[in-house]
Design a protein around this ligand. Sequence first.
Ligand code: FAD
Length: 401
Amino acid sequence: MEFQFSERVNTAVQMISEFVEKELIPLEPELFAVGFDRMMPKIREKQKKVREMGLWAPCFPKELGGLGLKVAEFAPISEALARSPLGHFTFWCQAPDAGNVEILHKYGTPEQQKKYLAPLIAGEIRSCFSMTEPELPGSNPVMLATTARKDGSDYVIDGQKWFTSSADGAEFAIVMAVTNPENPPHLRASMILVPVNNPGFNRVRNISVMGHSGSGFASHSEVLYQSCRVPQSNRLGGEGMGFVIAQDRLGPGRIHHCMRWLGISRRALDLLCERANSRKIDEEGRTLASRQVIQHWVAESEAEIIAARLMTLYTAWKIDTEGTKAARNEISAIKFLVANTMQKVVDRALQVHGALGISDDTILSYYWRHERASRIYDGADEVHKTSLGKRLLDSHRKAKA
Ligand SMILES: Cc1cc2nc3c(=O)[nH]c(=O)nc-3n(C[C@H](O)[C@H](O)[C@H](O)COP(=O)(O)OP(=O)(O)OC[C@H]3O[C@@H](n4cnc5c(N)ncnc54)[C@H](O)[C@@H]3O)c2cc1C
């Protein structure tokens, strides 16, 4: 494995780091005060600058106007973007749009690509992905109650979804619905494109998460599909292929999250150090940094971030060289390891800040609220541990047989 990034990647990382520091971090206090939607005019201004820098949508292939980077090359870029919650969105490589771009690129018909993919890459519209249902376990997603019934040349979709992230203000949803109930579980559902102005698409509410309902891109909606009629030509890929396509979306999606969490961990540790070095705790003028417990937290955080980063880069390298399927054990391992590393580091940073840490005067309380979900979405910790442990035990048993 090569530890050196190319000059092109290093230059992009440097440009992005400076941009995030100078242009985005100063916007954060206003973001926390007014919410995402009301920040859009300012974000649009910054996005114009990003396009002028030639760094728009860096995670996408060249033919889609991106930088055509390998997964391992995108890792340091994603880390740099993650220093601000505005980073990925401003540079246009945010979930859930990035995943939807990937599957529309791979499975979309020319008509679907013209209507949905082209404006999505251009940043003219947003999208969402609607799979999880409140009444059934998202951890076992083959259990779906939402159906898409054929009627003439249409599908009629009925069902209840929730945690459809970024549905508020999106132009279309990619909905997972059962089209072939007679098939084996993994071949029952299809992905269907639904414009949100369809009268059968009803966004009920932005779900309140840790006291905040969010707005626009930064929200998670409950959606009712009620006799939602769309042409069958809106199906993405083959009938019953929804879970096959979902796998394509989830593998890269998980490592992208890990890269982002590394950037968050690094910023939290920087804040921890800054506070520890400046907060005086006795009349002799000694700072928190003079205390061994704080020194240990810094050391442990640094070691854990380096370990998580190396594992993520190794996984990225394995995906680049052997493919997502070959790297599935590593993807499962980093999914829970990096999420927990980030939470530990954010927690230590918050603790070092005392009351300031839980106030909204630093970014730490925002991280605390928003990133707790990292251990739940895209596979809860326990689910990844179970499948990784099971696969390892199986291969051990087979090797001994
Ligand atoms: C912030 C956020 C954003 C999201 N965005 C989207 C989105 O855009 N689109 C979308 O469709 N969904 C989205 N989701 C939903 C997400 O995919 C699900 O929450 C996730 O799959 C878990 O499903 P669940 O919530 O139904 O929990 P359940 O499946 O009910 O599981 C609850 C808990 O039980 C435990 N558990 C479950 N199964 C097992 C097992 N086999 N062994 C041991 N323990 C187990 C785990 O601890 C798990 O956390 C989002 C969720 C969050 C929190």
